[in-house]
Design a protein around this ligand. Structure first.
Ligand SMILES: Cc1ncc(COP(=O)(O)O)c(C=O)c1O
Ligand SMILES: N[C@@H](CCOP(=O)(O)O)C(=O)O
Length: 519
């Protein structure tokens, strides 16, 4: 059997015998019948139907067999972000457009009235029913919310690695030992196909590109500027779809593990002698000239996938709302994506409030923090300095307006972390069994500050969003534990002990170690 990492195994299940007493059941996951707009009642929740997969089928074939004509009326379109209610400007998602007429950001606007034909209980049960299954495409944490993401895309056009459904980890020891907290959680979005939360948005964007190409729209390739994670996700999803990808990387500013990802996935990699903001400027100019589709989060499609992480957090808490969610911020799409996910759940009746959001920035790349501290006075981009949190070394974030909106509407806070603070926080978290990235260290530093100042109470249910896998950033950990960082005490370094290869020497160091650990 031809296999790829994006295919799951064929599962052999004997077809069930059908008889008049046992008629074929309706495939509920694939047919959501919208009520007419004047209807006041909601349909009953989807029944659990076992859907035998034929031996000769893979999961795409099975989904095709179950496909019925579209019976739901959910839709979405681009509108200017935060537009005046009187604005009539809008674009089909099948258009190639990244900016509004006035040059502002766009947003994907769903037909909320159609979605509201179903009550919160219906959506909760529908989403819950899809977790942990292999039904195409709903086995993905993103596509399990398809009606809220890209309702009109054909499931056959979707490119998915069954991303999402990431671990919400109870940080028991870290919470107790370092913060006196008993309800601290880490949402491990980096435990994902390419090792960061970018997979959530990229499955949506590349699926839409796949659709556009099938419609013969002029898209020869997909391109992005990147600090390492967007490029990894873009190249993997494009490789899976057989679509050329082009990535602009700031030379010598991303980790080796991140650099090798697009190289291995066959992307056209340009290493450019500038920083991320310079690469971003270039990709915007290039995509305006060439048939290359822009994959950065300036493109609001990406945020539709990323917002599902917020919905997933609520789902994992059995639809109870945490008090705080802390997100590291760089280009600032993700903080808005979280806001949007929470807000949609509130608007559609799945929950009755949203959490307070905290955006955490590295002090070396802190334009949002400075803007917040100035009382949201005039925004000024900064020149971002080198930071161990290299994926957020961004001085001129494209989603600044989205971030400000999200924070203002969630009673949010912005915090910053120095290099020493973020590296110490990462080392302490790792010492309790995690293996986080420096960006998660930034988010934990923000938490430490807000706990110390009493803004976050010991009993507050708090979620720290971990955005990438620690294995992408081993050089920073190596530098820290070797105490090789200039002007940093590396207080929690745990360097290996060099010891002679004889029993006595090994016993000596072990006894010393055990004594230091004895209570
Ligand atoms: C690992 C990691 N964390 C956090 C961020 C920040 O996300 P955003 O750019 O959406 O603010 C990024 C990318 O920018 C990232 O790659
Ligand atoms: N950290 C990002 C920076 C670009 O962000 P995007 O969400 O706008 O693509 C990266 O990994 O490239």
């Amino acid at each position: 059997m031809a296999s790829s990492i994006f295919q799951t195994h064929q599962i052999s299940v004997k077809p069930m015998k059908r008889s008049p007493l046992n008629p074929p059941k309706k495939p509920h996951f694939f047919t959501i019948k919208a009520l007419s707009s004047d209807s006041s009642s909601s349909p009953s929740p989807p029944p659990q139907v076992s859907k035998p997969r034929r031996t000769e089928e893979n999961i795409r074939d099975e989904a095709r067999r179950h496909k019925t004509t579209h019976t739901h009326h959910f839709s979405a379109k681009y509108v200017p972000f935060n537009a005046d209610p009187s604005s009539t400007e809008s674009y089909s998602l099948d258009e190639i457009v990244y900016r509004s007429q006035s040059g502002g950001l766009l947003d994907v606007q769903h037909d909320i009235a159609a979605l509201k034909n179903y009550d919160g209980k219906y959506w909760r049960e529908l989403f819950d029913s899809r977790v942990g299954k292999t039904n195409w495409p709903y086995g993905s944490g993103v596509w399990s919310k398809k009606e809220w993401v890209l309702p009109e895309i054909d499931s056959d056009d979707i490119i998915s690695a069954f991303e999402g459904n990431s671990n919400l980890f109870w940080a028991e020891r870290y919470g107790k030992q370092f913060l006196g907290m008993n309800d601290l959680w880490v949402k491990h979005c980096g435990i994902s196909h390419t090792g960061s939360f970018k997979d959530l948005g990229m499955t949506v964007l590349v699926s839409q590109v796949n659709r556009l190409r099938k419609m013969n729209r002029p898209v020869v390739g997909v391109g992005c500027a990147s600090t390492g994670d967007t490029s990894a996700a873009l190249s993997a999803y494009c490789a899976s779809a057989g679509i050329p990808s082009i990535v602009f990387l700031p030379a010598n500013r991303i980790s080796i593990a991140q650099l090798v990802q697009p190289i291995a996935n066959g992307a056209f990699v340009l290493s450019i002698d500038t920083d991320f903001d310079g690469c971003m400027q270039l990709i915007r100019e290039v995509t305006a000239e060439l048939p290359i589709y822009l994959a950065n989060s300036l493109n609001s499609l990406r945020l539709e996938g990323q917002k599902t992480a917020a919905i997933e957090i609520l789902q994992q808490f059995d639809w109870e709302v945490p008090d705080w969610v802390i997100v590291p911020g760089g280009n600032l799409g993700n903080i808005y994506a979280f806001y949007k996910g929470f807000q949609m759940c509130k608007e559609l009746g799945l929950v009755d409030r949203i959490p307070r959001l905290v955006c955490a920035q590295a002090a070396n790349a802190n334009p949002l923090y400075l803007h917040y501290k100035s009382g949201w006075a005039d925004f000024k981009p900064v020149k971002a300095n080198t930071t161990f949190a290299s994926a957020i070394q961004i001085g001129d974030p494209v989603s600044i307006d989205r971030a400000v909106y999200a924070l203002k509407n969630s009673n949010g806070i912005v915090e910053e972390a120095t290099e020493e603070e973020l590296m110490d926080a990462m080392a302490q978290a790792d010492s309790t069994g995690m293996f986080i990235c420096p960006h998660t260290g930034v988010a934990l530093s923000a938490l430490i500050k807000l706990r110390n100042s009493g803004v976050i109470a010991p009993t507050d249910r708090t979620v720290v969003v971990s955005t990438a896998h620690g294995l992408k950033f081993t050089q920073s950990k190596t530098d820290y534990h070797s105490k090789e960082i200039k002007d940093m005490a590396c207080r929690f370094a745990n360097p290996p002990v060099q010891v002679k290869a004889d029993f006595g020497s090994v016993m000596d160091v072990l006894k010393k170690y055990l004594l230091s650990k004895a209570h």
